[in-house]
Write a protein that binds this ligand. Structure first.
Ligand code: F6P
Length: 546
């Protein structure tokens, strides 16, 4: 679809939107008792209820037409066939191969990558079992009790989020920690409670050049060599990277270096050896189930018609709100405390992928692209920012996530959690009209003047959209499916917006400037030539640093 045509199709959505301006979801539910059946779908054991959105069948038809016109199905095939759809880095996008459960070859640049994928998985399994059983130990012979993953972005967010999410599958005597920030407070505060004799570090970096990670890795190496001696380093470090040479140079033993490939994007790498700390924390079998869950969602995405395809539906509804309604943020609200880092993880997955304003052919986009993604677990968010979601001037489409079964045997908790999540999506959709508020206040015995003063504050506009994702339990399989669901959603949106979802040039300028500023911050070079603000701030720092 040419640029102009894409703009035209996106404009058609505005026509649909204008038609729906006159209807509320409250009215649509009243008119259609089958609205839930009509606008819900399942895939890989996850139920998506998207009925509480500002849609009807005509609007959804227009959205599916947009997906077809934008070539979502063709691009999906190109991705699977290993085409270099990451055009600015000239790379294939093949993270699905990392979790592929079938026995067909998966080719990238004419080579079946599955033997290499399976060999790395086997190495992870062997290493994980050996660490967990105590066969591999620290320098003085102590069993490892703590694993510290040093990485940032995709080399941190995925494993950190997943380890928290799969807490019921972890062992109390082998804890995982994550250090990412170059702020020395991070590594300091993690290490201060740990015993070097029992601590294993994983240096995780696709490039093995990222400054934050290398700085933290060097501090960790100093911590080990200062306390246990230089000779202890090889026994306390493993590495995960595509840059095997740099890992070896750092001093990591060959058999403790776990590789992956340039066809795996950083924010899509949790399925690769980057998942090593997950396997150490929950055991290899659970890591394998996590991969299988993602593969189940891949099959759903690849094999289900667009009209019943969960990632496609979620992507289209996101496009609908972004392009036809102009909503700029999207809240992800898990009613699952263990998904407390899920929104942070999705921020990288979504915003680093689709936070672009140039099309594949290098032209400026004429339509809004990726939304701001944010969120926190419910019910905590209810007591913080939900006020704005219910009554603020911005409309914020929300995804609610909830399990049917908790891992804990604390019955009143989960029923209450479920009641809350259902209440929130219902309240957002229904709102509360002025008539309802007045009737309620009357029943409470307020007089006319009191009602007149109070009523406007208690009205809820309603018609506020949300999806609900329901799953049986937050198992490794379900978590894998959930993450893959959002990955494919981001892919579909990227195709529709005609951007490259697989590069991240927007992070480079800050890195370059930080490099140039470092000698000035250290006081080794003058700050002249920088803008007045930067010079002023530099001056304050130099005058006040200890
Ligand atoms: O933030 C930019 C980025 O390149 C991410 O895409 C990546 O996940 C992160 O830095 C870490 O990179 P690496 O794994 O190479 O250290």
């Amino acid at each position: 679809m040419a640029k102009g045509e894409r703009g035209d199709v996106l404009n058609l959505l505005t026509k649909q939107r204008k038609r729906l301006d006159d209807y509320t979801m409250r009215e649509m539910f009243a008119l259609d008792p089958n609205r839930f059946q009509r606008f819900s779908a399942t895939g890989a054991d996850i139920l998506l209820d998207y009925s509480k959105n500002r849609i009807d069948e005509d609007a959804m038809d227009a959205l599916f037409e947009l997906a077809r016109a934008a070539g979502v199905e063709d691009r999906r095939s190109q991705m699977c066939e290993g085409e270099h759809i990451n055009i600015t880095e000239d790379r294939a996008v093949m993270h699905m191969a990392l979790r592929y459960q079938g026995d067909k070859p998966v080719e990238v640049d004419g080579k079946d990558v599955m033997p290499d994928v399976r060999a790395v998985l086997a190495a992870i399994e062997t290493y994980t079992n050996a660490v967990r059983s105590g066969e591999i130990r620290g320098q003085g012979g102590a069993q490892f009790t703590d694993v510290v993953n040093i990485g940032i972005g995709g080399s941190d967010l995925g494993p950190a989020m997943v380890t928290l999410a799969l807490e019921p599958y972890t062992r109390a005597d082998l804890r995982a920690h994550y250090v990412s920030n170059v702020d020395g407070a991070h590594i300091h505060d993690v290490l201060k409670r740990l015993d070097p004799k029992k601590t294993l570090f994983i240096v995780a970096s696709k490039t093995f050049t990222t400054d934050e990670t290398m700085t933290n890795a060097n501090s960790a190496r100093d911590w080990i060599s200062d306390t246990l001696g230089e000779e202890a380093v090889p026994n306390h470090f493993a590495a995960v990277s595509t840059n095997l040479e740099a890992c070896a140079k750092f001093g990591i033993r060959q058999d403790r270096i776990f590789g992956f490939w340039d066809w795996v994007g950083g924010r899509y790498s949790v399925w690769s050896a980057i998942g090593l700390p997950i396997a150490l924390a929950v055991g290899y079998d659970n890591f394998a189930k996590f991969l299988a869950g993602a593969d189940a969602m891949d099959r759903h995405f690849l094999e289900t018609p667009l009209e019943r395809n969960l990632p496609v539906i979620m992507a289209l509804i996101g496009v609908w709100y972004r392009n036809a309604w102009g909503f700029s943020t999207h809240a992800v609200l898990p009613y699952d405390q263990r998904l407390s880092r899920f929104a942070a993880y999705l921020q990288q997955q979504d915003m680093e992928s689709n936070g672009k304003s140039v099309t594949l052919d290098g032209k400026k986009v004429d339509w809004p692209t990726g939304p701001i993604v944010w969120g926190e677990p419910g019910t905590n968010g209810q007591h913080a920012f939900y006020q704005l979601i219910h009554q603020g001037t911005d409309v914020i489409p929300c995804d609610f996530l909830i399990a049917a079964r908790p891992h804990e045997n604390l019955p009143p908790h989960h029923d209450k959690l479920v009641a809350n999540v259902l209440a929130q999506s219902e309240a957002l959709m229904l709102g509360k009209t002025k008539d309802e508020v007045v009737a309620e206040l009357k029943a409470q015995g307020l007089d006319k003047d009191q009602i007149k003063a109070l009523a406007p504050h208690k009205v809820f506009p309603g018609n506020r959209p949300s999806n609900t994702l329901f799953y049986k339990q937050l198992t490794p399989e379900v978590l894998g499916s959930l993450i893959a669901l959002y990955e494919h959603k981001v892919f579909v949106q990227g195709v529709i917006w005609n951007v490259n979802s697989y590069d991240q040039w927007g992070v480079e300028l800050g890195k370059q400037l930080a490099k140039a500023l470092l000698p000035k911050v250290k006081g080794e070079e003058s700050g002249e030539g920088h803008d007045a603000s930067t010079q002023g701030l530099l001056g304050y720092y130099l005058a006040n640093k200890a």
